[in-house]
Design a protein around this ligand. Structure first.
Ligand code: LMR
Length: 424
């Protein structure tokens, strides 16, 4: 064999040994991640072959047959869009028209802040993307700040601020015994936090508890925030799902605006327009003046650019088509109310069924709580029994997505809850 061929084989053998050694170490330290506490429930549900299985895990609306719903206003918007749009990139800040319409829902149709161009706002990848963009913005421009998060909260809030490397503190919110708001402790925590702290607030239909402050309590909170110079960041993922009316559900935000706060808001169309998979939402930050808003928006865009460049087009077009047309907007408002009312009906049905079964426990909180979720009070062990014995899937904190309850499964669900709640 020629000298060169022998040498090259030797080099190849040696380099492939080195290559193999490195290859075996690249990801050798990677352990499987823990299952997501919410989306992991959907995975387990899908893998269960039982015909009687019920999914009340993820917060996604279902009709009374348990089927996902595409709203009629969305169908009509898609018909109008079909063939009329190109596939160009949106700007880094997303669809200007969609953002404009979205701000009206949160800040008010005739908001002076919109007129005065004091709001820095960008289209976001739904509510999660809005929260994450804000968390990154907070880290970049207030690097020493922390975020106060309610106990409990949507599990992903913790992940979002953790990954943005913003330290987290908690504040009291839910009272397990009353199954309502722990308002006194909440106010104490607001008072005791260092001046100028960041707080994450759920604007309406608190996830997972379904417990919201009353209007009066929001006013007291706003007053105290002012006294302490705190910053309120509202996550409004369920506008319309609390009362059936998006305008009423924006009350908490309007109270803070009336009191002169500069706030941030995460908005989402996943739930109230049923655009879950389209990932369309908005992050806005109310600023001191137009100049500041221009600067803040440019920085939000600069954060977005290396992450995903610019947001997706289709969902944004659907939203702007609906909200930009008075008839379609009215149809949407009606459809939101239908969804909210079906959930309210299911709350009553679940409670009545449990009471008819002679459950000695109080189930009043099922109808007192609002929005998509019922924080049942079931323990993680009782939830495990619901899943293993009855094929009913929900998060281990006892949260029931009322949107997954139907006239067809409410009796089965009540019976199973009654059985597992007999033992603590
Ligand atoms: C939920 O809380 O179930 C929803 O917001 C879905 C999700 O992404 O967690």
């Amino acid at each position: 064999m020629a000298f060169r061929a022998v040498m090259s084989r030797r080099v190849t053998n040696r380099s492939s040994d080195i290559g193999a050694r490195w290859m075996s170490t690249w990801w050798g330290n990677v352990e499987p991640a823990a299952k997501d506490p919410i989306l992991g429930v959907t995975e387990a549900f899908l893998a269960d072959p039982s015909p009687s299985k019920v999914n009340v895990g993820v917060g996604a609306y279902r009709d009374d047959n348990g089927k996902p719903v595409v709203l009629e206003c969305v169908r009509e918007a898609e018909r109008r869009i079909a063939g009329h749009s190109n596939m160009e990139y949106l700007p880094m800040g997303g669809s200007v028209k969609m953002v404009e319409e979205t701000l009206k829902l949160a800040y008010g149709e005739n908001s002076e802040f919109i007129k005065d161009k004091r709001i820095a706002a960008v289209q976001s990848l739904s509510g999660t993307g809005a929260c994450r963009l804000f968390a990154d913005f907070q880290k970049r421009f207030r690097p020493d700040s922390q975020i106060y998060i309610p106990v409990p909260t949507w599990a992903n809030h913790h992940n979002i601020w953790r990954d943005a490397q913003v330290p987290q503190r908690t504040f009291h919110y839910y009272h397990p015994e009353t199954r309502g708001l722990d308002f006194a402790s909440l106010m104490d925590d607001i008072k005791n936090a260092p001046n100028g702290s960041f707080f994450l607030l759920h604007a309406c239909a608190h996830n997972p508890t379904g417990v919201d402050p009353t209007e009066e309590q929001w006013r007291e909170m706003s007053y105290q925030f002012k006294a302490k110079g705190h910053f309120a960041f509202f996550d409004m993922a369920y506008q319309g799902f609390a009362s059936g009316d998006p305008e009423r559900d924006a009350k908490s935000i309007r109270i803070f605006l009336e009191d002169g706060h500069l706030i941030g808001i995460a908005q989402s169309y996943a739930k109230n327009m049923g655009l879950y998979g389209q990932r369309v939402g908005c992050l806005s930050v109310l600023c001191q003046d137009e100049k500041q808003a221009v600067a803040v928006k440019s920085q939000l865009q600069q954060l977005a650019r290396p992450m995903y460049s610019n947001p997706p087009l289709h969902g944004a077009l659907v939203v702007s088509t609906i909200l930009g047309d008075p008839d379609l907007k009215n149809l949407w408002l009606k459809e939101v109310k239908v969804m909210a009312d079906r959930i309210i009906g299911m709350r009553t049905a679940l409670r009545e069924n449990l009471e008819k079964l002679g459950s000695p426990l109080s189930w009043e909180h099922i109808t007192n709580q609002i929005g998509m979720f019922c924080y049942s009070g079931l323990t993680p062990e009782q939830v495990d029994r619901l899943t293993s014995e009855f094929h009913i899937y929900l998060t281990r904190n006892g949260r029931i997505s009322m949107a997954g309850v139907t006239t067809g499964n409410v009796g089965y669900l009540a019976n199973a809850i009654n059985e597992v709640s007999k033992s603590a």
